[in-house]
Design a protein around this ligand. Sequence first.
Ligand code: BG6
Length: 487
Amino acid sequence: TASSVCDLTVVGGTGDLALRKLLPALYQSERRGNLAPGTRVIGGSRHDLDDAGYRAMVREAVHTHVPAHELDETVIERLLDRVRHVVVDADSPEGWDELHGVLKQAESDDVVRVFYLAVAPRLFGPICQRLDDIGVVEPTSRVVLEKPLGTDLASARRINDAVGQVFDEPQIFRIDHYLGKESVQNLLVTRFANTFLEPLWNSRWIDHVQITAAETLGVGERSGYYDTSGALRDMVQNHLLQLLCLVAMEPPTYVGRETVRDEKLKVLQALKPMSPEDVDRDTVRGSYAAGVVDGAEVPAYADELGRPSQTETFVALRAEVQNWRWAGVPFYLRTGKRMDRRTSEIVVVFKAPPHAMFPGSEGATEPNRLHIRVQPDEGMHLHMTVKEPGPGGIRLRPATLDLSYATAFDAVSPEAYERLLLDVLKGNPTLFMRRDEVEAAWAWVEPVLQRWSSLDERPDEYPAGSSGPAAAEALLERDGRTWQETD
Ligand code: BG6
């Protein structure tokens, strides 16, 4: 389906997210001819800018954040022709009428109004109220919300309630940008468009699953936000649990607006709740100390922040999905800032063969492993055991079946935001988080947050540029397992 003719209002239009991600994504959609003629982009911000001033800002953002070989001035001009700016402030009623005026100049009556709230979540409710007050919300309108959606279950509910006063659930698009990643969508296709994996995809054949999202970046200038959040809220509650859902969910009958989300919800609801003892045993918190990342010395988290902190920049944990398919299969999740490399990967570790029939092969084989590389170098690698070539009897050796997207397809994967923005413009909610999913994820995470805050302890330190605190290794060693490093 083509994208509808939309008036896309980006509230927070001069902010970091808009300039770094949204406008470059719109540029790419323009370049590929995916924006309907007549679609307009209205930046809303507190800055005293006219259309020309904002267009200059957009031009610079595109130049800065789009790779040089993809820049085309005629495409930029086409995009800028669509761009307007209005001065609005969530905290004041002034300016909103001007937005009303601009929206009334739409090409026709059936232009879909999309409101992208690229602002702090505490403003979601008040902005929706303002939009309602000036009478611009129509039954066809959509609203797009960025994470974090709250800091716990109660605050997530408050935000959802406030937005829900103005928009109905089908009008609300909650972004989890991991769902826009090409390799994440491929996970569904890999599982359900092939026959050979699904019969093995259960506790009978799978020993455990590992999900890692490691970054080399530190917290840097975001420490104001980050220190109130931490890795569990920033990455686990959303991105990692979404990956877990896609690995663990049952096949929906078809890929529909609600069907995939229904199945993901069931996984979240099947996560084994954590008691305080479970939290102590099955979770690890870390905070980076000074160290060396990519050859450069970097400071400790607490030094970046300017004070000691109990906020974690690393989490590892052991989760279980309590249903027929997954009973007894641990899902180990870990994520951290300032790690030794940037890599996001899902590793499915299969059970060992039930019987060692080759002489001398006991303990010589490694279990089969499927590595699904989310980023960078998207691809899949299947680790298996083969015979070492040669006449001298049977000797077993590990070998890998490799699928690299870069070599298999002559195309660069689009940025997650490009795909997701287009889905918003088309009105396709499949890859967005439904209210019940967000709240179920908070409900599972909350006992961990509560236990940690009751302990009043600092997280374990790990040197920047390492693979995290030692306790994260111990979490698996205890179960006789090890983290599988990216190959
Ligand atoms: C964001 C987090 O949601 O995801 C950031 O707030 C994190 O802290 C980012 O750096 C990671 O995204 P990506 O696409 O680089 O893996």
